[in-house]
Design a protein around this ligand. Sequence first.
Ligand code: NAD
Ligand code: ZN
Ligand code: ZN
Length: 348
Amino acid sequence: MKALRLESWHSEPRLRDVPLPEPGPGQVRVQLGGAGACHSDLHLMDEFSDGVLPWGPPFTLGHENAGWVHRLGEGVVGLEPGQPVAVVGAWGCGSCRRCLAGLETYCDRPDLAPAPGGGGGLGLDGGMAEYMVVPSARHLVPLPEGLHPADAAPLTDAALTPYHAVRRSREKLVPGSVAVVIGIGGLGHLAVQVLRATSAAYVVAVDPRASARELATRSGADLALPPGEDLVAQVRAAGHGLGADVVLDMVGSDDTLATSAAVARQLADITVVGIGGGSLPFSFFGVPYEASVQTTYWGNRSELVEVLDLASRGLLHAETTRFSLDDAAHAYELLRRGEVDGRAVVVA
Ligand code: NAD
Ligand code: ZN
Ligand code: ZN
């Protein structure tokens, strides 16, 4: 079968012929219906090298995946071939306290996990292929009726990650609050929708690209602004002169982190989701009093169930552009050039 392989750090992915993967005992083979192209893959291709992560190439890219159950490994019950499913992306050991609590992203025993600290498309073979194998049935969530795998794939990361981030700040997103989303790409446009669907916050979206700001507005943002000198003043004006209660930085560069701190008000959450490599100087007077600065990573299975529920009710919808597997490398090229609106999804 065809698969888009990352063969070494600092290289472009290549379409290769690889053997059809066979599901071992307890595992499931999925026929892919869609695999999202995440900006994290560009960070992997461009910026990582040996020793930074506990895993590395070669592997098949694609860590936001959905498709149809294709073949059950020995002993798997509760799934039927042909059933549409979303793939839970983070693969922990399944038996440590964190995994038992559903937090496979933060598995305490990564040494016992299928890919220490990673998953399919992150160290192990992912979904930019015709088929992939998931390590167990718990890494699949049946799709609600009417949701096609190509539309569901981005929900497993581009929606799940902001959903997890927004959930952490739920208590601050009360009526009258202001939330700012910086970077309206794959994650950002879904962050706006998650805020809209789960809170009464006034939502401000920030992106230098006009098409991304238009997407933000279509996604339900109250205000969409370019970065720039009057951004801070405009956010303050939106927030009764006080600023934002929650900032979600989907870029994470020096500039956007500085902006995040500048627009935040006292007691705000500044949540860094983008892995743009920037830093935020921290000092007593450098951030507003009692502001929390936090990172977040992906989300868990029960949150994915909730995300899929929102999508099935029309409250979340990933804006997608579809690419064939033959064109998958081109999708990443467009993403690198900032020419994708919403999410590029590779369909085998
Ligand atoms: P994307 O390329 O689809 O979107 C990035 C957006 O940011 C683009 O619309 C771009 O125009 C905008 N942008 C760039 N510079 C900006 C600036 N200075 N101010 C405002 N907007 C700016 O990327 P994506 O796939 O949505 O991923 C976003 C980030 O999140 C990446 O760094 C990715 O690696 C990271 N990510 C993190 C997690 C996590 O669990 N923490 C999960 C997935 C992705
Ligand atoms: Zn991702
Ligand atoms: Zn574990």
